[in-house]
Design a protein around this ligand. Structure first.
Ligand code: SAH
Length: 346
């Protein structure tokens, strides 16, 4: 059994944890610990040199600064993306991806071990769902990467798992990310991506974090979508309604993610259906949404699905653009090291 970790605990929780071990710390000492851990990125209590030596020893004895161990890491030769594989205390794999963008360092974080949604085109869905990650395991991914690559400016909850099915731990992790004494990441640089868990989208809105929301839609049509997405019973119309509600309340743009699969959801009819649905859901205000088209990334365990042709991708994009919908074709990062969207397995 590992020592209890202090990572991801808010100020008051830290005080209480230390108290329960008979350690009475002054509030300024808690601040010193937070500063050491989150700003200076120390990986050992012994390096918290502004604390008394005896206290450092006591902390080192009883607590840890790393609830996840880094097992392996691979760097893409194509674009510098790095895939980190962590292991939990029980030995489960947790993939985290670092994406070096032009002037920002972005990280794609996992929220569960395996994924219960089981989208047929996604490697994470091929894995058995094992458990939710704790809020501490979620934020540790970011902390460990900061130790490796420096300050992270953008966090995408788009790794393995369905974040909104791990709501309590997700929201706790977000509080730690936003906290000025901890990660201090700007709310507009945090995005939660969901398959469309409608009640939780409304709950996230009530939290008033005003972070960004992305919905993985993949089709305008329920029947088609249900062939792709196995365990999400909400209808596209209600999913979009909740997403638009979120965007309006938080004054953000809703991102719609759409994996383009050859011959399945990339035809002109699909584009027309999507435009009709979006016009209705946005009440003819196309600026409320941004659409990311993601050409399907090949997943080894998936047979019979192929990426759309370049020409179809362009046509699909232009159709949406013509109706005033801001549309991008998302670049895939780290395809050579199985780090791209949908390629994250164990
Ligand atoms: N469960 C959440 C978070 C995972 S995000 C969600 O579904 O939104 C992962 C993103 O990658 C989603 O938009 C998903 O649809 C996309 N994706 C999954 N498999 C993919 C694949 N093989 N190729 C391209 N994108 C994929």
């Amino acid at each position: 059994m590992l020592n209890k970790t202090v990572i991801g605990l808010l100020q008051q929780e830290l005080l209480e944890l230390f108290n329960s071990y008979g350690l009475v710390l002054k509030p300024y000492q808690i601040k010193q610990i937070l500063h050491g851990v989150y700003q200076r990125k120390v990986d050992k209590f012994s390096k918290l040199t502004d604390l008394p030596l005896k206290l450092r020893y006591r902390l080192e004895e009883s607590f840890t600064l790393s609830p996840l161990k880094l097992a392996t890491q691979q760097t893409s030769q194509l674009d510098g993306t790095i895939r980190f594989n962590f292991v939990t205390e029980e030995g489960y794999f947790v993939p985290t991806v670092f994406i070096p963008k032009e002037n920002r360092k972005v990280i794609c974080v996992s929220t569960q071990v395996g994924c219960p949604i089981r989208c047929i085109f996604c490697n994470s869905g091929k894995e058995r769902f094992i458990r939710n990650l704790t809020s501490q395991e979620i934020v540790t991914q970011i902390l460990q990467l900061e130790r490796e690559v420096g300050k992270i400016n953008g966090v995408l909850f788009m790794g393995m798992g369905e974040p909104l099915l791990n709501f309590e731990n997700l929201t706790k992790a977000i509080k730690v990310l936003l906290n000025p004494d901890m990660f201090n990441i700007s709310k507009r640089h945090i995005t939660v991506s969901t398959i469309g868990m409608v009640p939780q989208i409304y709950r996230l809105c009530e939290e008033k974090f005003n972070i960004k929301l992305a919905i993985s839609l993949h089709s305008y049509n329920d029947e088609k979508r249900n062939k792709l997405v196995k365990n999400c019973s909400y209808r596209v119309k209600e999913i979009l309604e909740s997403g638009i509600f979120y965007a309006i309340k938080t004054n953000t743009k809703l991102t719609i993610e759409y994996v383009l699969i050859k011959g399945f959801n990339d035809t002109l009819e699909d584009a027309k259906g999507l435009v009709k649905l979006l016009k209705m859901a946005t009440n003819n205000k196309p600026k409320l949404v941004k659409i990311n088209l993601i050409p399907y990334n090949v997943v080894d365990k998936v047979k019979n699905l192929f990426p759309s042709e370049k020409e179809n991708i362009e046509n699909f994009k232009n159709f949406l653009l013509n109706y005033g919908f801001l549309t991008f074709v998302r670049k895939s990062y780290g395809t050579d090291i199985n780090a791209a969207c949908g390629q994250l397995g164990f």
